[in-house]
Design a protein around this ligand. Structure first.
Ligand SMILES: *Cc1c(COP(=O)(O)O)cnc(C)c1O
Length: 364
């Protein structure tokens, strides 16, 4: 087998995490968020593995939704960014994709284009995050205009997104929920909760939930890890040692000579770097797992290699497996060291990494 980094994708862990999301927010329906190539895990692989459990899916862009339809997925698919030109609107109708309408110009586009066919949609409300979403005071007008459009067959659902739900102590979430509830028409279909809402904010449950990061086994909360929430890591990123070198005391390791050996010691070279998606900003001391035990990174991360302190690993040999994150080493720990979040680590895995499915998908 070729030497090099591999991402093992544990589909039974994925299914476990979706079940946990559904149990945590009972009474709602979940639309797993599988945008950005399912947070780097492989969109179609993830969609097929969840299709019998998931009543719907959500992605960011129209092209992602079209790819899901072309792969045979049949449930409702929400497009969180909606349509952004005439072609995308046509695609939404042709493929029965359900766009979020978050901006007045999208309504104008509908009025100008007057598409034939039915369009189910969401109105995305800006309840305080101030990114995408209609301001509450435009909702009345928007609803009135949508009602005039023959292509809008059923009343739009109401969707909003929480800005600070990852911090259980923040007061913003309660304010957002109050703003959202105030403009809700009676009996409107709703969707509020992301992973943090599902796990931490029961008042955001109901209607459709939108679990993202938790499906992949990472915690949405600051300073917590997935296993602490009962989640199982889906991606385990692994490579091998390709060299072990004895380096004299006082010599330095790697680019910029940023780390100096405090004693004569063994340094392990592992075949992974930022060219594979391992974060370049991971500092010396960031943990890896070598033969199941911690081996700290030393020196700078380069494009194809990292270097490890082997002082606690006298038995290590070339070819031994090195886990960068996943089973036994939550990605959140590496992300925190590198000044980022697990979301970005997962999305950043590059094409050079070989994907291996570590448990069979259910029969389709
Ligand atoms: C990405 C996204 C989600 C999923 O968020 P997680 O924090 O990954 O659970 C939910 N809703 C919207 C609108 C999103 O953009």
């Amino acid at each position: 087998m070729a030497v090099g980094p591999r991402a093992h994708i544990d589909l039974s862990a994925l299914r476990h995490n979706l079940s946990l999301a559904m149990t945590a927010a009972p009474g709602g329906r979940a639309m797993p968020v599988i945008k950005a190539n399912a947070y780097g895990h492989g969109m179609l692989r993830v969609a097929h593995a969840l299709t019998d459990l998931a009543p719907g899916f959500a992605v960011a862009r129209m092209a992602e939704g079209v790819a899901l339809r072309e792969a045979g997925l049949r449930q409702p698919i929400t497009i969180l960014q909606g349509f952004n030109d005439p072609d995308e609107l046509r695609l939404a109708i042709r493929h029965r994709l359900r766009p979020a309408i978050h901006h007045r110009e999208q309504i104008e586009r509908l009025e100008q284009q007057h598409p034939a066919g039915d369009l189910e949609c969401w109105l995305k409300i800006d309840s305080g995050m101030h990114r995408a979403g209609l301001p509450p005071d435009e909702v009345h007008d928007a609803l009135g205009r949508l009602r005039q459009l023959p292509c809008i067959a059923s009343p739009p659902g109401f969707l909003t997104h929480l800005a600070c739900a990852d911090d259980r102590g923040d007061t913003m979430t309660d304010r957002q929920l109050a703003t959202f509830r105030q403009i809700l028409p009676a009996a409107a279909e709703i969707s509020i909760a992301n992973s943090a809402g599902i796990l931490g904010w029961p008042a955001s449950h109901g209607g459709w939930t939108r679990p993202g990061i938790m499906l992949y086994g990472a915690s949405p909360f600051l300073g917590r890890t997935g296993p602490e929430e009962g989640l199982r890591p889906v991606m385990t990123l692994e490579t091998q040692l390709i060299a072990i070198k004895r380096i004299p005391q006082g010599e330095t390791i790697g680019y910029g000579a940023s780390w100096r050996c405090p004693e004569t010691m063994d340094i392990g070279v592992a075949a992974i770097g930022y060219g594979d998606g391992y974060p370049r900003h991971a500092p010396s001391g960031t943990p890896t797992l070598l033969n199941g035990r911690i081996a700290p990174l030393v020196g700078r991360v380069s494009m194809d290699m990292i270097t490890l302190d082997l002082r606690q690993h006298p038995e290590a040999k070339v070819g031994d497996p090195v886990i960068l994150w996943g089973e036994g080493l939550p990605a959140e720990i590496i992300a925190d060291q590198a000044g980022t979040i697990a979301y970005e680590l997962f999305c950043g895995i590059t094409q050079r990494v070989e994907f291996i499915r570590s448990s069979a998908a259910p029969a389709k």
